[in-house]
Design a protein around this ligand. Structure first.
Ligand code: SAM
Length: 259
């Protein structure tokens, strides 16, 4: 990634994410597999990625490996990338325990990951990119485009909602409010806490599904498809065009939203 683009804000965010996730690594590792909504997103990311045995893949913000390890059982190799060394240590320990030997890990922020152009077939990310600043999300998508071989696939699963600009945002915000209100004083406190986080966008910076689709298209990805999964979670996927010199014509960019 171009070092000139890394502002002090990006550096502060990287340091904050590293501190936060290093503290939470063990509890995330323990609890991630027990969250039914998250499992549905993982399942959909894997279904969209649908790798064959020859595929080399990268998982951005891999955590302790719930997507990385499932992918590794179906691909040639998977590189797990995470800002927290603690997460990478857990990823490698989990790989060893499960007898998975084709996983490597790198403790490096996504914003500083430098991979060779046209070097991987698949880039995935699950519930990690909303932690990046908005401009860094676009840079990450642009970089993933470069790393992918022609015909390669980018699949992002994440919480995807904005600040109420479109109907889906308003539906998500309304259903969260209704849920918290029903919970009594504990829920009211969650409304205040979430409203603060939502306005300040300190730790989490989700953007809408349509904003993700637009970022994919701006990076040059084609056949971009957005799939709402559960609650605020959605998956967006797109393909790097094959080279015209391969004798395969450039397909038209098509944007599809599935319900
Ligand atoms: C909610 S967890 C998801 C982990 C994993 N993808 C999963 O599905 O279980 C978010 C992960 O993103 C990582 N992360 C956050 N910001 C990052 C950054 N800038 N670069 C790399 N990893 C980051 C965190 O360390 C954490 O492991």
């Amino acid at each position: 990634m171009n070092p000139g683009r890394q502002t002090a804000g990006t550096e502060r965010n990287i340091a904050r994410q590293r501190r936060f996730w290093t503290r939470r690594a063990a509890s995330w590792d323990h609890g991630a597999g027990n969250n039914p909504a998250l499992l549905k997103v993982v399942e959909r990311v894997l279904a969209e990625a649908d790798p064959s045995a020859e595929v080399s893949a990268v998982d951005l913000g891999c955590g302790s490996g719930q997507v990385t390890l499932a992918l590794a059982k179906r691909c040639r190799t998977v590189l797990g990338v995470d800002v927290s060394e603690q997460m990478i240590a857990l990823l490698l320990a989990n790989a060893e325990r499960q007898g998975v030997s084709n996983v490597t890990g790198r403790a490096v922020p996504i914003e500083r990951l430098g991979l060779s152009e046209n070097s991987v077939d698949l880039v995935v990310s699950n519930y990690a990119l909303h932690h990046l600043r908005d401009k860094d999300k676009q840079v990450a998508v642009n970089e993933a485009f470069k790393w992918l071989r022609p015909g390669g696939l980018l699949v992002v699963g994440d919480m995807m909602f904005g600040r109420g600009a479109d109907a889906r945002d308003r539906e998500i915000i309304g259903s969260k409010l209704a849920l918290f209100l029903r919970q009594g004083p504990g829920g009211w406190w969650r409304i205040i806490k979430n409203a603060g986080r939502y306005v300040i966008r300190f730790q989490e910076r989700p953007i809408s599904m349509s904003a993700w689709v637009a970022m994919f298209a701006r990076a040059g990805l084609i056949e971009v498809k957005a799939i709402p999964v559960v609650n605020e979670a959605a998956v967006v996927r797109g393909t790097k065009p094959r080279l015209a010199t391969d004798g395969v014509p450039f397909p038209e960019t098509s944007l599809t939203t599935e319900r």
